[in-house]
Design a protein around this ligand. Structure first.
Ligand code: URA
Length: 434
C-alpha cells in the first residue's frame, strides 16, 4: 500500500476502506508517513468528506493507536460525559457527584488544556492537595468504592489523534465535522466507558457557533458511539452567554458546591438535570428520564450529592472540609463591583469576551507553560433578559493585580448589550440527539 495512492483516491472522490485507514493511521503515528502526505490527505478529506463507515474506521484506528482503558473489572455500567467546552462550564464538578450519588459509576479522563479558565482538573485543584496523578489501579478502586474518579489524560491515550490534531491545527483542516467527531470520540472510546453522554455547546462562546453545526456534530458523534457499541446520546446546549454566573476556577467550584446544596443558578441546574438524567438512564438506575430527574433532585435535597463530592475530593487527596466551608478555597486579594453605565434589559453578552476577561485576570492558560491563578475571575450579576438600572452591579471582578482588573472591567463592560425593550431569556437546551 502507498500513501500516495490513498491521497489520490480520496482526492478523486473515492472511499477509503478499513485496511487503508488503518495503514494510514498506524504509519502516521509511527512517523513512517510524513506530515506533508498526511496534510494533503486531510485537505482531500476536507473537500471530499468521509462517509459514516470511513469516519468510524478512522475513529477506531485512532482510539486503538495507544492504550485502551479496560474498565470491565469495575461492577456496573460505567458512564462518561464530555463537553465541547465553553465559558463558565463547570458542569462536571456538580454533575458527577449528583449521578454518583444515584449509583452511577463515573470513570473520567479530563484535561487541562488552553482556555479562558483551566479545565476540570485545574478547577478541582482549588481543593488543597487534590491530585489526578493517581495510578490506574487506584483510579479503578476509587470508581468502584466512591463512584467517581478523575485522572489526567495520559500521553498514551489516542496518540494518533494528538499528532493529527496538531497537524490539522496548522493546515486549516480542523473544521470538518467527521474529523472533529472522530477526534473527540477516539479519546472517549479509548477511555473505556460503556455509555457516553455528550454536551455539545452552541453560540458565541462555543466551538460550534451555529446551532445547525452543533447538531450535525452531535449526530455524527452519536452515530460513531453507537457503531462502536457504546450507548451514546447528546444534548445541545446554549453557550451564547456564560453558563451560570461564575467564571474562574475556584469561583466555579463554589458555584458547583452551591448547586449541590440546592442553591444553583437556574440554567446550570437545568443542564445538570438534563445531562444527569441521560447518564442515570444509560447507567440502568432509572427506566425513564423523569424518574432519573427525580432521583437527581432527591440526591441534592438529602445532601448525598454534596457528601459524594466531599468523598471524591478526599479520595484524591484533597481538602474535603472545603466542600462544607468554601472559605477554604483560594480567594483573590481584591473584589471590585462593575456598575452598569446604562439602564435597560440585557440583550446580549458577548460570551467569548467574558472568557477573555478571565484570561486577562490570570484565570486561564495562553500557552501550555502558563501558571493559572485559581482565585481570580468574575461573578456575573446580570444575564440576558435581566433588567438593570444605572449604577446597579453587572458583575464582580475578583483579581490579584489592580492593573489587570482595570483592563478586565473595561472589556467586561464592552461585552454587555442593552435594549429598551423586554428581552426573553434564551432557552438552554436546544435539542437532544439519541
Ligand atoms: N476538540 C477535539 O478534541 N478535536 C477536534 O478536532 C476539535 C475539538
Amino acid at each position: 500500500m502507498r500513501m500516495y495512492d490513498l491521497i489520490m483516491k480520496k482526492r478523486n472522490g473515492g472511499k477509503l476502506v478499513k485496511p487503508e485507514i488503518d495503514y494510514m493511521v498506524k504509519g502516521f503515528t509511527a512517523g513512517e508517513i510524513p506530515d506533508y502526505q498526511m496534510a494533503a490527505m486531510m485537505m482531500a478529506v476536507y473537500f471530499v468528506g468521509l462517509d459514516e463507515e470511513e469516519t468510524l474506521h478512522l475513529t477506531m484506528a485512532m482510539a486503538h493507536s495507544g492504550d485502551m482503558l479496560d474498565l470491565s473489572g469495575i461492577h456496573g455500567v460505567k458512564v462518561d460525559k464530555h463537553s465541547t467546552g465553553g465559558v463558565g462550564d463547570k458542569t462536571s464538578l456538580a454533575l458527577t457527584p449528583m449521578v454518583a450519588a444515584c449509583g452511577i459509576k463515573v470513570a473520567k479522563m479530563s484535561g487541562r488544556g488552553l482556555g479562558h479558565t483551566g479545565g476540570t482538573i485545574d478547577k478541582l485543584e482549588s481543593f488543597a492537595g487534590f491530585t489526578t496523578g493517581i495510578t490506574q489501579r487506584r483510579f479503578m478502586e476509587n470508581v468502584e468504592r466512591v463512584g467517581i474518579a478523575i485522572m489526567g489524560q495520559t500521553a498514551d491515550l489516542a496518540p494518533a489523534d494528538k499528532k493529527l490534531y496538531a497537524l490539522r491545527d496548522v493546515t486549516a483542516t480542523v473544521d470538518n465535522m467527521s474529523l472533529i467527531a472522530s477526534s473527540i470520540m477516539s479519546k472517549k472510546l479509548a477511555s473505556g466507558a460503556d455509555a457516553i453522554v455528550l454536551d455539545v455547546k452552541t453560540g458565541s462562546g462555543a466551538f460550534m457557533k451555529a446551532e445547525k453545526d452543533a447538531r450535525a456534530l452531535a449526530e455524527e458523534m452519536v452515530k460513531i458511539g453507537k457503531n462502536a457499541g457504546r450507548r451514546t446520546s447528546a444534548v445541545i446546549s446554549d453557550m451564547d452567554q456564560p453558563l451560570g454566573y461564575a467564571v474562574g476556577n475556584a469561583l466555579e467550584v463554589k458555584e458547583a458546591i452551591a448547586t449541590l446544596k440546592g442553591e444553583g443558578p437556574e440554567d446550570f441546574v437545568e443542564l445538570c438535570l438534563a445531562l444527569g438524567s441521560h447518564m442515570v438512564v444509560a447507567g440502568g438506575m432509572a427506566e425513564s428520564l423523569a424518574e432519573a430527574e427525580g432521583k437527581l433532585k432527591q440526591a441534592v435535597a438529602d445532601g448525598s450529592a454534596l457528601d459524594k463530592l466531599a468523598e471524591f475530593v478526599e479520595a484524591q487527596g484533597g481538602d474535603k472540609e472545603a466542600v462544607y466551608d468554601t472559605g477554604r478555597l483560594p480567594k483573590a486579594a481584591y473584589i471590585e463591583e462593575v456598575l452598569s453605565p446604562q439602564e435597560g434589559y440585557v440583550e446580549h453578552i458577548v460570551c467569548d469576551e467574558i472568557g477573555i476577561c478571565s484570561l486577562m485576570l490570570g484565570g486561564g492558560r495562553e500557552t501550555k507553560e502558563s501558571v493559572i491563578d485559581l482565585s481570580v475571575g468574575m461573578e456575573l450579576k446580570k444575564k440576558v433578559g435581566d433588567y438593570v438600572r444605572i449604577g446597579e452591579p453587572l458583575a464582580k471582578v475578583h483579581g490579584n493585580d489592580k492593573g489587570k482588573m482595570e483592563a478586565a472591567v473595561k472589556r467586561l463592560l464592552g461585552s454587555y448589550r442593552f435594549s429598551g425593550q423586554p428581552v426573553g431569556k434564551p432557552s438552554l437546551i436546544k435539542a437532544v440527539i439519541e
